[in-house]
Design a protein around this ligand. Structure first.
Ligand code: ZN
Length: 76
């Protein structure tokens, strides 16, 4: 994962680093099952995370790779 992958809120302009983004409250996670209704060629390993901006509450969507999510790995 790249530390330079920032995400900006399109409503208020607040910027989040990848680490800050993952701590925002999740509105919903869209998986292939949700997306392939709208996008025929949606890759199965790609999910869309929708999170709420901490500053203005607007929903922000970002794609991520399912396989990049560590499973059962907790920082010591
Ligand atoms: Zn915002």
């Amino acid at each position: 994962m790249s530390a330079s992958s920032e995400l900006g809120c399109s409503t208020c302009g607040k910027r989040y680093r990848a680490s800050a983004w993952t701590e925002l409250p999740t509105v919903r996670i869209l998986t292939w099952a949700d997306m392939h209704v709208h996008v025929t060629a949606w890759p199965e390993e790609t999910v869309v995370a929708v999170r709420a901006c901490s500053a203005c509450g607007a929903a922000m969507a970002r794609t991520s790779q399912r396989r990049m999510v560590p499973v059962g790995v907790e920082p010591a």
